[in-house]
Design a binder for this molecule. Structure first.
Ligand code: DQA
Length: 143
């Protein structure tokens, strides 16, 4: 099984960025933890980050041929991007939405997700564990 993990805008800044909200874990540490989980589950995992909506859209399109699932933290694009939502629909690759913070307990503009309706589900509020739970959910639903 092949899973693609995509991190959206500003997630490359984890560790430095608003530690009171996002903690001090870095994106590299999250990726390493995901790789361990993937290896244990005999899954091949690729992790990528982009600050550009179009690049993420392209990667989601390309996932159609290569991946069985997408683990996606779209960052702020979660709340704004109809293009990402349409890309997930168009690609048809089962996608799990994850967030480090509990977006529903934050500013009202973060309460709505443009992508939630086209994802298998959403996991938010558990920091690094949101990604690990999301990966487990993807693997379990793809098997
Ligand atoms: C985030 C939540 C978003 O609202 C925010 O814009 C992010 C990170 C999270 O992981 O908690 O960049 O997706």
């Amino acid at each position: 099984m092949n899973i693609l993990c995509l991190h959206g805008p500003n997630l490359n800044m984890l560790g430095l960025r608003e530690p009171a909200i996002y903690g001090t874990v870095t994106m590299e540490e999250i990726n390493q933890a995901l790789q361990q989980e993937a290896t244990a589950g005999q899954v091949i995992l690729e992790c990528k980050q982009s600050n550009h909506e179009g690049e993420l859209v392209g990667w989601i399109h390309d996932a159609r041929q290569k991946f069985d699932g997408i683990l996606l933290n779209a960052g702020a694009l979660t709340h704004t991007s109809i293009a990402l939502r349409d890309a997930i629909s168009a690609a048809g690759v089962p996608t799990v939405e994850v967030h480090l913070s509990n977006i529903h307990a934050r500013e009202s503009f973060r309460h709505h997700s443009m992508i939630a309706a086209v994802c298998l589900g959403q996991i938010a509020g558990f920091g690094k564990q949101s990604y690990l739970l999301g990966l487990k959910a993807l693997i379990a639903s793809a098997r």
